[in-house]
Design a protein around this ligand. Structure first.
Ligand SMILES: CC(C)(COP(=O)(O)OP(=O)(O)OC[C@H]1O[C@@H](n2cnc3c(N)ncnc32)[C@H](O)[C@@H]1OP(=O)(O)O)[C@@H](O)C(=O)NCCC(=O)NCCS
Length: 339
């Protein structure tokens, strides 16, 4: 059992943004040798939303849109923020962090901002870190963001990967709420993070880092783009997300039957179905939007949570399980009691 902290993080506002350019599976069939039937059967994806041309939107631009929505829902301004933590592997610049670019766009002059690199699990890693500041009482209002321009690191000649990803950003405004020692107090009940470095090369960009600085030949060979061992990723994802769910539920005295809604990173509908089956949770308990966005990496969990809030799928007292996994491999689970 975990002890009750003095404060819990309440999600005061949520936001989600995806660029307006919709690319269907039929559109993908014009770029690589693929088809709608294969993509839907293997992944559940029907459309993805992409930045039309490089530069039309950046990761920070999308994050700015999502963050403004979240601040508006929270009834706060950017000046109220103490901290901005952003999960991304596609920042506007390799240096500085995307979070400081976002801080500037928002005018969040009273905040400190930094990035977290945990790929598709980035926003839940950011949530985990933000919650530490809130629990200790050292910060009151924190913006957690996941933003990803996946189209800029996708190899558009590789059908194994290019059909999977989309661009988007999601945001949470967290606020500290006193628990007065009540274990049942609403907010973020618990969150956990894990990584397994031995699987770092299951999803990675071979060139463009300090190990292999980019050459013109690398660009021609698409070595600055993601390569993925899809089958291994699939196996690790199902195993770790089931374990992460069972661990956080058991440690807090719950079972899967107590979970009202699951907000999981939308990597693949088959992964979500397999996790649900092993936990004994039907697909109706999961919020699904992969059909419209594809895999938007760190944006995914927050965009999905935002859609559930705006669709009225979260009622007071509901226990929500959040899950994410990404390159690293890194994974996370979180339990949220709706205030
Ligand atoms: C990528 C993934 C959908 C592939 O599905 P799969 O059932 O494992 O398919 P395989 O990789 O075994 O490929 C089967 C065949 O389909 C082909 N194929 C791959 N992509 C294709 C596409 N877009 N269209 C048509 N055929 C395709 C392969 O070339 C292969 O053909 P072959 O048997 O002639 O070699 C699946 O492995 C997956 O979802 N993995 C997890 C990926 C993920 O979630 N990554 C992000 C984690 S955050």
């Amino acid at each position: 059992m975990t002890t009750t902290p003095a404060f819990r993080s309440i999600v005061k506002g949520t936001g989600g943004f995806a660029p307006p350019y919709v690319v269907s599976n039929d559109d993908m069939g014009k770029i690589v040798e693929t088809n709608d039937e294969w993509i839907v059967q293997r992944t559940g994806i029907k459309n993805r939303r992409l930045m039309k041309r490089q530069g039309e939107f950046s990761t920070a631009d999308m994050a700015n849109e999502a963050s403004r929505q979240a601040l508006q829902m929270a009834g706060l301004t950017a000046l109220d923020l103490d901290l901005i933590i952003m999960g991304t592997v596609t920042p506007d610049y390799r240096c500085p962090s995307c979070a400081v670019v976002l801080q500037d766009k928002l005018g969040a002059k009273n905040a400190v901002a930094f990035d977290v690199s945990a790929a598709c699990a980035g926003s839940l890693f950011a949530l985990n870190i933000a919650d530490k500041f809130i629990r200790t009482g050292s910060m009151r209002r924190i913006l957690v963001v996941g933003g990803e321009a996946m189209s800029t690191i996708t190899n558009w000649t590789d059908r194994n990967t290019c059909v999977l990803f989309g661009d988007a950003a999601g945001a949470f405004v967290l606020e500290a709420a006193p628990t007065h020692g009540a274990a049942a107090a609403p907010g973020l009940v618990d969150s956990r993070i894990w990584s397994d470095g031995s699987t770092w090369n299951f999803i990675y960009q071979p060139a463009g880092g300090s190990r292999a600085p980019l050459t013109p030949e690398d660009i021609t060979a698409h070595k600055d783009r993601i390569v993925m061992n899809g089958r291994e990723v699939y196996k690790v994802a199902v195993r770790t997300l089931v374990d992460a769910s069972k661990t956080i539920l058991a440690d807090n005295g719950y079972t899967a039957a107590d979970v009202k809604l699951v907000v999981a990173h939308q990597a693949n509908l088959r992964i979500i179905e397999a996790v649900g089956e092993r936990l004994g949770l039907g697909l109706d308990r999961f919020v699904i939007n992969i059909d419209q966005y594809g895999n938007t990496s760190s944006a995914s969990a927050l965009v999905t949570f935002d859609e559930a809030v705006r669709a009225g799928r979260m009622q007071q007292g509901d226990l929500v399980l959040m899950l994410a996994i990404g390159a690293g491999m890194c994974w996370s689970s979180a339990l949220y009691r709706v205030p």
